[in-house]
Every structure is written in C-alpha cells, then in structure tokens.
Design a protein around this ligand. Structure first.
Ligand SMILES: NC(=O)c1ccc[n+]([C@@H]2O[C@H](COP(=O)([O-])OP(=O)(O)OC[C@H]3O[C@@H](n4cnc5c(N)ncnc54)[C@H](O)[C@@H]3O)[C@@H](O)[C@H]2O)c1
Length: 331
C-alpha cells in the first residue's frame, strides 16, 4: 500500500485525492493546504490527516509519494523538497512559467527525474492513447499531419488569467505535450497567431483569447493546434491524425451516444461533457494508476520533467511567434 499525500486541495487536488482514495494499491494518508478547511473537506470524505504546511506532508516518514496540485509558482520548490526527502512525485502541469527555472529544476532533480511524473493527463485519455498505439502499429501508414482542437467552454476569471502565464503556457501547454507525444518527434519550427476576438481586456496582459499554432518537425511532419478560451457549445476536445494510409479521429465525448432524428433536424445529440473534470475523469484515473504502478514497481515514470520543459519551450516559442508575427525555431 503506497501512502500518498496530496498537496493543494483545490480543483485538481480534489480529483487526485478521490483517485488515490479509490485506488486498491494506495492510501490517501495526508492532504496539505494552507487553507486548512480545503484540506479537511477532502480528509472528511476520503480519510487521512489534514495539514497546513506541505513540507509537513513531504517530510513525514510514512509518506511514500506526493501529488502536487498547488498553484504553478510553487511546483518547483515542492518538487525539489520531495526529491530531497526521497519521495516520488506526480506534479501538475506546467513545471513553472519560467523555462530557466524549469530547466534548473530538471538539472537539480538528477537521478530522481525517473521518479517525478508530470501531469499531462491527455496522454491517458482512452481515445488519444489508443490512437498513439495504432499510429505506432502502422494503422494509418506514415504519419503526416496532426490536428488538435482544444476549446474551453468559457473564459476563466480575469484574476486567474492575470497569473496564468498566458494562453500558451497555461492552456495550450497540454496540446504541445500531446503534439510531441503523437508526432513522436520534436517540433523544430513554430508559427502562431493570436487574437482577442471577444475579450479586449486581455491586451493589458499581453494575452490572447483565440490562437492557432503550426508546428513542423525536422522530418517535415506537421501539426496544427486550434485553441479558444470560449466555445458556447462546451469543452471541445478533438484529435485527428492523418497519414499515408488513412485518418483517425479521437472525438468529443457525451453522456450517451443517443442521436435524435426529427422532421426539422437529424443527428441531434446531447451536450458535450462540459469541462476537464468530466471530460478527462477517466484519464486522471488512468494517470494515477500508471503513477502508482510505476512507483510501486520502481519503474521510470512515463512522463518526465523533460517533457514538461519541452512543452514549455514550445509555449514560449508560440508566444514569441504570435507577438512578433515570425516563425520561431526551437532546439
Ligand atoms: N492537468 C489538468 O488538467 C489541470 C487542471 C487544472 C489545474 N491544473 C494545474 O493544477 C494546479 C492547481 O490548479 P487548480 O485549478 O486546482 O487551483 P486551485 O486554486 O483550485 O487550487 C489550488 C489549491 O492549492 C492551495 N495552495 C496554495 N498554496 C499552497 C501550498 N504552498 N501548499 C499547499 N497548497 C497550497 C490553495 O489553497 C488551493 O486550495 C495549477 O498548476 C494548474 O495549472 C492542471
């Protein structure tokens, strides 16, 4: 039984705490949050001890692993503290908003890198991961193009956006990781455009509400990412891959597959699963499962801080490209 502490009892901490608590091979031993009522709300549901200071959980001798679901600017500090204490880590994206700090953290982790997993949950979506496997099995021949559509149902509050690092580092970071993983090669060229089509106040933050990104790998594979902070029809998450022998699509999800046909319209379906906690519920469970299994078996975690740094480099390049209207090269 792996004893796990969840650090940060906010939106994503709640998801991870539930998944740890329901896992057969793990126990939710502690929840840390300076707003102790947040931590207590989770321990009341799932057991374990609530503490204010995340270091009390990290350094507790009975804790084997920690899940970092705290605000982004605390990730590096907590990850390094956990590594010093010899604990395995599942850390939420992004590593940090500053690539230099992220790269320093990677360096500082040293051999412990193999025990620090990054929370790029989309890799664990059943549809996306099946496509990843089938591309490698040769189901569409040689991969040529990847198209990712990622639209949030609504704009986050301005207070959140001020500290988010911008749409590329906060939101599209998931898609940069997905693109690298699906392409199986590092993108070397980035071209992005950014617009403020419905929230002019983002100009003061140097941010955008609507972006498109084009990526190209050294061998010429292409990826296009379409991203909006606001889709009136809900959380739009699609992945399309095109190759020499065909195409595959990992589509949006709904509560049911029922379609209604009437006199005025056909193919009428219910709404999309509305946001990340619903759409990726199963992916977060699979992510936790993979983390617990890797730690229990002393295996290298499948998504590392290197992946976190590469995704952040692409986010920085996209921001620069959109700001300067230029193609940006990435190493
Ligand atoms: N993978 C995903 O799909 C996904 C989704 C949402 C958020 N995230 C990431 O998770 C992180 C948290 O986001 P959120 O939306 O859950 O935020 P949130 O504001 O809902 O929750 C953060 C919680 O952390 C607590 N906290 C603050 N400082 C802390 C500290 N030093 N130690 C312990 N707890 C502390 C806060 O009191 C709060 O309860 C962010 O980095 C975000 O980018 C990832």
């Amino acid at each position: 039984m792996l004893k796990i502490a969840v650090l940060g009892a906010g939106r994503i901490g709640q998801v991870h705490a539930a998944n740890v608590a329901h896992h057969n091979d793990a126990q939710l031993a502690m929840v840390a949050d300076p707003f102790i009522d947040n931590a207590r709300a989770l321990t009341a549901l799932y057991g374990g001890t609530a503490v204010k200071d995340p270091l009390d959980a990290i350094n507790h001798p009975e804790i084997d692993a920690v899940v970092i679901g705290t605000p982004t600017d605390t990730h590096v500090e907590l990850m390094l503290a956990a590594a010093r204490a010899g604990k395995a880590v599942l850390c939420e994206k992004p590593v940090d908003l500053d690539i230099r700090k992220a790269l320093e953290a990677k360096q500082a982790l040293g051999e412990h890198t193999t025990r620090v997993m990054l929370g790029f949950n989309r890799r664990f979506d059943a549809g996306h991961s099946e496509m990843h496997q089938r591309i490698r099995n040769g189901d569409i021949g040689d991969l040529h193009q990847v198209i990712i559509t990622s639209r949030d149902p609504g704009l986050a509050p301005m207070n959140y956006l001020k500290h988010s690092g911008g749409i590329f580092r906060d939101m599209v970071i998931h898609d940069f990781d997905l693109a690298r993983w699906i392409l199986g090669e590092e993108p070397v060229e980035v071209f992005a455009t950014g617009s403020r089509l419905f929230e002019p106040a983002l100009e003061a933050l140097g941010d955008y509400d609507t972006v498109m990104v084009q990526l190209r790998t050294a061998s010429g594979k292409q990826c296009q990412i379409n991203c909006s902070r606001q889709a009136v029809y809900g959380y739009d998450q699609r992945l399309e891959v095109f190759g020499s022998n065909g195409m595959m699509l990992s589509d949006n999800q709904r509560d049911t597959g029922v379609r209604r046909y009437g006199a005025q319209e056909t193919e009428v379906r219910g709404p999309l699963l509305n946001f990340f906690m619903q759409r990726y519920a199963e992916a977060y469970r699979r992510e936790m499962d993979v983390f617990i299994s890797a730690v229990s078996n002393d295996d290298t975690v499948p998504v590392t801080i290197h992946d976190g740094c590469q995704a952040l480099k692409l986010a920085d390049a996209a921001q620069l490209s959109a700001d300067t209207h230029t193609v940006v090269n990435v190493d």
